[in-house]
Design a protein. Structure first.
Length: 171
């Protein structure tokens, strides 16, 4: 796995892993730290075991994040020798997405991506900056040299298009 591949994997899953950990830990900073640690451990494993093929990288990443969350909860409750409450561990395990949910989520994401590709380039740019990068309307407007009302218009067009396309696909 190249550094470029690892970066792509990180960019693809960092937000969802962070959200997953934040739900478990209810601590934004700890979730951010453990998100980084998750990807560092993944990279270290890949570097130490180049002959091993990981066929489900996302599942491996989630398992690593889960284990780090359990370890963190153990430490928060009084140190490394104290066991985490079984209920806490069960809650973390229960919130892992099922394989069906993962496949369903990927299908939904692919459909949304396809719908977005049907939009004009400028509308896609506005959508990416506002929804994917999390920029506020004014920052999107400044970056693209358009008004904030244009940003709102493009987002409305994109959102409506995706919703209508998804509705048609479901029927």
């Amino acid at each position: 796995m190249t550094k470029k591949d690892l970066k792509g994997l990180f960019l693809a899953h960092q937000r969802e892993v962070h959200a997953f950990l934040h739900r478990k830990l209810r601590d934004r900073e700890a979730a951010a730290d453990l998100t980084q640690e998750t990807f560092l451990r993944f990279a270290a494993f890949r570097a130490d075991n180049p002959a091993v093929t990981i066929t489900h990288e996302r599942s491996y990443i989630y398992r690593t994040a889960h284990n780090l969350a359990v370890d963190y909860l153990r430490q928060e409750r009084g140190g490394p020798t104290e066991r985490a409450d079984d209920l806490q561990i069960a809650q973390v395990a229960d919130e892992m997405p099922s394989p069906e949910a993962v496949v369903s989520g990927r299908d939904e994401l692919d459909a949304i991506r396809a719908a977005l590709l049907e939009l004009p380039e400028r509308t896609r740019q506005v959508f990416a900056l506002a929804r994917l990068e999390g920029l506020i309307y004014q920052d999107v407007a400044d970056r693209l040299g358009i008004s904030t009302s244009s940003v709102q218009k493009h987002l409305m067009v994109a959102t409506r298009h995706v919703m209508l396309r998804r509705r048609r696909e479901r029927n």
